[in-house]
Design a protein around this ligand. Structure first.
Ligand SMILES: Cc1cc2nc3c(=O)[nH]c(=O)nc-3n(C[C@H](O)[C@H](O)[C@H](O)COP(=O)(O)OP(=O)(O)OC[C@H]3O[C@@H](n4cnc5c(N)ncnc54)[C@H](O)[C@@H]3O)c2cc1C
Length: 352
């Protein structure tokens, strides 16, 4: 294993709107340097995630509908290839390699340095979660579905069917109970943000409404305490071309039947610039939403494992997830895998 974690330098050129980022940097490193200039690029929902694997795998984050996926913002990279050469990839030098790096994962060599596009953002955004009781999750998902189609690119949101964490911002009687959360980030003014999320203030009586103006950097690390090192997360994801009433009911039922607080289902709003295509990452243009589900934490009982015919371990689910009507894709199909459906097993600690 090659450990790049000491290579965490981040240099910002505010005039060129570019950041040069070391191959071992995390999104916390990038946000810290770029926000000092009122700039940002699409990073992870959890700030301890590495820039490298995230960007090379696609990278969905709070600004993806406005700025594109993380891999869309990759403009150049220094790569050590498998034959030991250090090469530069950009639109003019080795453009095919750059294409492959934009979503092709770690298959093309070791990236020692990334050059990323930056965009003006912050320091404040209109952001945060609204928590609702689980029995209103169906109404929330239907509102989310109807709202998402027309929402402008300046807002990115998701619904999380989860369990209330024991945080002081939530009433104690809800701790450990099944809840649904709407979480959004809007780059516009507080007034604009308020206007854009109005429908969610009418959907049901919230348990806690924490959506409002906050520093972008705070939003970027808001979820960090829920994702400490070593939680052994296991995620599966698929694109959803529709979120009809039948699927809404199934998602709600799966949520209520989920084994423990370690299990959750995220329904991500896609669209906007996250559908632009200059990358190797396979994506479904018809996908309005993306569903990402299930994690297990250290100490929690993971779902039973079964062996597939190829000998790989597969987690069994109580009921199969409904198949979307149109195309599905896994999160990071490489160019070599294009054209066939891939099922990717993730190691503990990785996700999506
Ligand atoms: C808590 C948590 C939250 C997450 N949130 C999101 C999210 O919001 N959005 C999202 O899109 N994804 C998310 N992910 C998934 C994340 O994008 C992947 O796990 C990604 O691989 C993490 O990048 P890393 O550099 O930390 O990966 P590592 O675990 O270090 O590496 C994973 C793989 O990436 C490749 N790789 C890593 N570094 C390099 C390099 N320098 N050069 C070449 N290949 C390299 C290698 O194939 C390596 O095996 C999350 C993951 C976690 C654990």
């Amino acid at each position: 294993m090659i450990d790049l974690s000491p290579m965490r330098s981040v240099r910002v050129d505010p005039a060129a709107l570019r950041a040069t980022v070391g191959g071992g940097a995390t999104w916390a490193d990038v946000d810290h340097e770029t926000q000092a200039h009122g700039l940002a690029t699409t990073g992870g929902l959890v700030s301890t995630t590495g820039v490298a694997g995230f960007t090379l795998g696609g990278g969905i984050g709070w600004t993806m509908r406005e700025f594109g996926l993380a891999c869309d913002n990759l403009v150049a990279a220094d790569v050590v290839t498998s034959d030991g050469r250090l090469v530069h990839a950009s639109e003019t030098d080795n453009p095919d390699l750059l294409w492959g790096l934009r979503g092709g994962g770690g298959n093309f060599g070791i990236v020692t340095q990334f050059e990323l596009d930056l965009h003006p953002l912050g320091p404040a955004v209109y952001a945060g979660p609204i928590f609702y009781p689980a029995d209103t999750a169906g109404d929330l998902l239907r509102t989310f579905r109807d709202w998402a189609g027309d929402a402008p690119d300046e807002i990115t949101a998701l619904v999380n069917l989860t369990t209330a964490p024991p945080l002081p911002v939530l009433p104690e009687e809800w701790h450990g109970k099944k809840v649904a959360a709407f979480v959004a980030v809007c780059s516009g003014s507080p007034e604009r943000g308020e206007e854009l999320v109005r429908a969610f203030r009418e959907v049901a009586e919230p348990i806690a409404d924490l959506l409002g103006p906050m520093p972008y950097q705070m939003m970027q690390s808001l979820l960090d305490p829920l994702w400490p090192k070593g939680i052994h997360a296991y995620f599966k994801a698929t694109n959803l071309a529709r979120l009809d009433d039948e699927l809404v009911e199934r998602l709600c039922a799966i949520h209520l039947a989920a084994l423990g607080p370690q299990c959750e289902i995220h329904i991500h709003q896609m669209g906007g610039r996250s559908h632009a295509s200059r990358t190797a990452r396979r994506r479904s243009r018809s996908a309005r939403c993306r569903s990402c589900s299930t994690r297990s934490r250290r100490g929690a009982t993971p779902p039973p494992a079964e062996r597939t015919r190829s000998g790989r371990v597969r987690r069994s689910r109580q009921r199969p997830m409904p198949r979307p009507a149109a195309r599905t894709s896994t999160s990071s199909a490489t160019p070599a895998r294009r054209g066939r459906r891939t099922v990717r097993r993730r190691t503990p600690g990785s996700c999506r």
